[in-house]
Design a protein around this ligand. Sequence first.
Ligand SMILES: *[C@@H]1O[C@H](CO)[C@@H](O)[C@H](O)[C@H]1NC(C)=O
Ligand SMILES: *[C@@H]1O[C@H](CO)[C@@H](O)[C@H](O)[C@H]1NC(C)=O
Ligand SMILES: [Cu+2]
Length: 155
Amino acid sequence: MASKALLITILVAAAVAPALALDYMVGDGEGWKLKVNYTQWAAGKTFVVGDNLIFMYTAADHNVIPVSGADFKACNRSGALKGPYSSGNDKIALDGPGKKWYICGKEGHCDGGMKLVISVEAGAPAPAPSSAPATGSLVWMAASVAAAFSMVMAF
Ligand SMILES: *[C@@H]1O[C@H](CO)[C@@H](O)[C@H](O)[C@H]1NC(C)=O
Ligand SMILES: *[C@@H]1O[C@H](CO)[C@@H](O)[C@H](O)[C@H]1NC(C)=O
Ligand SMILES: [Cu+2]
């Protein structure tokens, strides 16, 4: 009986908790550099509006330029849609659905494969970013309290 209450509490919490935004470290442990296949890195990942890309690199060696599909194909660094980003630790919000293209603007790097294209899904309508974590914490707090209560009742 107590475990049934616990199960129901968990199911309700899971259904109510908003999907949390994810941060994707581009290239994982490799970061943003030459000789990494970013097509391979992006394969199989599902990016959703609200997620973030994190580009980590040595600031002096690289940068990040969001460009159009045509400029991506041509490795044309003159058409920055935003940025360019050059901090070495750039967090770029995926603020809209559709394809997003990023290249490194250092001479020859885009042609050398330092380019990333991803497809961003619209996802569910999200609550305002500032309220989402608070709501999530409250739900989980309530779930934890209820779970602890059911466990106590089981004894
Ligand atoms: C990168 O990986 C993709 C998918 O695995 C592959 O099709 C492509 O040929 C690779 N590119 C290079 C330059 O190795
Ligand atoms: C590069 O991009 C700029 C700005 O979008 C554009 O004016 C220029 O024609 C492009 N050059 C090439 C070679 O595509
Ligand atoms: Cu580079």
